[in-house]
Each structure stands twice: as structure tokens, then as C-alpha cells.
Ligand binder design. Structure first.
Ligand code: 48H
Length: 257
């Protein structure tokens, strides 16, 4: 059968452009494709919401691929087990309350399931700013990651969304950028960003779920970004808190929409 290179190019350009055009007006824009962002995308898409996730890197999955110090296995606690079971990702019992998950299976599985549930997923796109109206965040400002990396002077484009979720992990880039630019009062005990604290897995895992919430009108936070905003400790290569936080943010956002 004949294969035409021009048709191959046209198919890609048309399909991608159509999807990006669809994503310019969203129910929910998620920034960051780690475990928390992917789980949030899965539940929101499953509930029929128009959701897109934007990831800076080529690969989706954030900190999942490398496990603990490049040993690509991670630990999940009992509480989060049903989430991975729903994703059809296998868990192996290590000891009471400690389950082992293969990082490659988890990263690829969460990505596959979010996509299959109907989330749009864009890799190689960075969120560099937010859009505001009075005292509410109403969208994100995006650009190609290679533009950002090469520091090219090229203006971004804007994605409108009813709700934005910062799932950018340790740097919590969306909240941090907004706070820096606007000097606004966040929904924290001091009104500012409290910063991530040193390792304490049990407390870190508890606080990450507890503090998953709206930090500023229109802007929600999930995953490691939660502890960076609310001053919780880090927890190392245990991922249950990320999954529970992603599920919680989706549930809260669904109530709000
Ligand atoms: C687009 C961006 C931008 C941007 C960042 O780090 P992640 O895996 O995030 P979480 O919170 O889902 O999971 C955290 C976990 O991986 C982890 O780091 C743990 C458990 N640490 C414990 C410890 O003690 O260290 O994923 C965030 C993703 C990454 O893929 C980034 O590339 C992406 O967000 N990202 N994407 N625009 N501005 N900033």
C-alpha cells in the first residue's frame, strides 16, 4: 500500500491542532503530569469533565520513574491500595501496610488510564504564568518547553479554565509564580507559602492529603506541591499520599464545578 509523507504530516498537524484548540476552554487545567496530576486527571475525566494536563517534560510521570534513588520500585500504604487496584496496577505485599509497586508499571499505567478516561494530555508544554480576572485565576499561560529551555523571546498563548490545579511537585510553580507576581494572600496559616520541610514520611503523607485544597480562588493544589505550600515534610519514595491527594482534589473540584 502506498504511503504518502505529506498525508502523514497533515494528519498529525490537523489532529494535534484540533485537540489543542479544544483545550483552550476547559473545566479544569492541570499543570504537571506526576502521580497526583494524573490521578486527578483520571477522576475528573471519568466524571465527564473537560480536562487537560500540561507537562513540561517529554515523558509523563514526573518523579515516578526513578523510584527511590533510581531503584525503580516504590512503596504504597494500605489506604491508597484501592486507587492502584482501580487502575489495574499490580501491588505486591511487603509487610503489613507496605506494598511494593513497580515504577514503570505505575507511571505508564496512570498515564494510559488518564488518557483512556478522556483527559487530554499535552507533553513538552510548560505553564509559565496564570491569567487573572479581579481576584480569581481564570486560566494558564503556556509555551513550548523548548522555547523556555532555549530562553527564546516568544510570547505564550493562554488556556481558559474554570479551575486550575497545581500538580507541579516540589517547586509548586504555579502557586509560587502567582504569589511572587501578585503578592496575594493564600489560604495558608500565614497567607504566604510555608515551604517544604525535611523528611518525615508519616506526617508528610498525612498532611499532603489534609491540605489538598483551594489555595486561592480558582487555584487548587495537589501532590508534593501541597506540602511546599502548607509547610509539610517530604516523605521519600512512598507514593500513596500523592494518589490520595490527586483523588481528593478531583472530588473537591467536582463539587465546586
Ligand atoms: C508544566 C511542570 C511545570 C510547569 C513542573 O514531581 P511530580 O512527580 O509531582 P507529584 O506531586 O505528583 O509527585 C511527587 C513525587 O513524584 C515526589 O517527588 C515525591 C513523592 N517526593 C518525595 C521526596 O521526599 O522527595 O510531577 C510534577 C510534574 C513533573 O513532571 C514536572 O516536569 C511538571 O510537573 N512540571 N509542567 N509546567 N511549570 N512545573
Amino acid at each position: 500500500m502506498e504511503l504518502n509523507e505529506i498525508l502523514i504530516s497533515q494528519a498529525i498537524i490537523e489532529e494535534y491542532s484540533k485537540e489543542l484548540r479544544t483545550a483552550t476552554e476547559l473545566d479544569v487545567a492541570i499543570v504537571g503530569g506526576g502521580p497526583s496530576g494524573l490521578i486527578a486527571a483520571y477522576y475528573l475525566a471519568k466524571a465527564g469533565k473537560k480536562v487537560a494536563l500540561f507537562e513540561r517534560k517529554l515523558s509523563i510521570g514526573g518523579g515516578m520513574w526513578g523510584g527511590g534513588m533510581m531503584f525503580n520500585k516504590a512503596v504504597i500504604q494500605e489506604e491508597a491500595k484501592p486507587i492502584l487496584e482501580e487502575q489495574n496496577i499490580r501491588l505486591k505485599k511487603y509487610k503489613e501496610n507496605y506494598y511494593i509497586v513497580d515504577c514503570v508499571e505505575m507511571a505508564s499505567g496512570l498515564c494510559f488510564n488518564a488518557k483512556k478516561a478522556g483527559a487530554m494530555i499535552f507533553n513538552l508544554i510548560s505553564c509559565e504564568d496564570v491569567m487573572i480576572r479581579e481576584n480569581k485565576i481564570t486560566g494558564i499561560v503556556i509555551n513550548w518547553s523548548p522555547v523556555e529551555m532555549a530562553k527564546l523571546h516568544i510570547d505564550p498563548i493562554t488556556i481558559g479554565a474554570k479551575i486550575i490545579i497545581d500538580a507541579t511537585g516540589h517547586p509548586c510553580e504555579v502557586v509560587r509564580g502567582m504569589e511572587k507576581k501578585m503578592g496575594v494572600k493564600l489560604n495558608t496559616s500565614t497567607g504566604g507559602m510555608l515551604g517544604e520541610k525535611p523528611m518525615w514520611a508519616e506526617v508528610g503523607e498525612k498532611l499532603i492529603v489534609e491540605n489538598t485544597k483551594e489555595v486561592y480562588p480558582g487555584l487548587w493544589v495537589t501532590g508534593m506541591a501541597v506540602n511546599a505550600v502548607f509547610g509539610g515534610p517530604r516523605m521519600g519514595p512512598i507514593f500513596g499520599g500523592m494518589l490520595l491527594s490527586g483523588k481528593k482534589v478531583a472530588e473537591l473540584v467536582l463539587k465546586k464545578l
